[in-house]
Design a protein around this ligand. Structure first.
Ligand code: ZN
Length: 81
């Protein structure tokens, strides 16, 4: 890779990093609202699938989303046998 390509690539990576940092909860974005308990949360959040299509707080993720995912995985495994 020639130095010019390398430089434009690293410039691009830095620009993307800056955009991601702006979008993070530690930037000046308002807190997100959990799609399960409807409480505001400031952490990055979690995919609420298969509960719904939104994002959810860490508490809902560990107490609701993950157990449902595990149950589904376990059920799918039993069906395969
Ligand atoms: Zn929640």
């Amino acid at each position: 890779m020639d130095p010019d390509t390398l430089k434009s690539l690293s410039d691009h990576v830095r620009a993307v990093d800056a955009r991601v940092a702006q979008r993070s909860p530690f930037g000046n974005n308002p807190p997100l609202v959990c799609s399960i308990c409807h409480e505001k949360f400031t952490e990055y959040g979690n995919n609420a699938q298969p509960v719904n299509d939104g994002r959810c707080c860490d508490a809902c993720n560990s107490s609701i989303v993950v157990p449902i995912r595990l149950k589904r995985m376990y059920a799918a495994e039993l069906e395969r046998e």
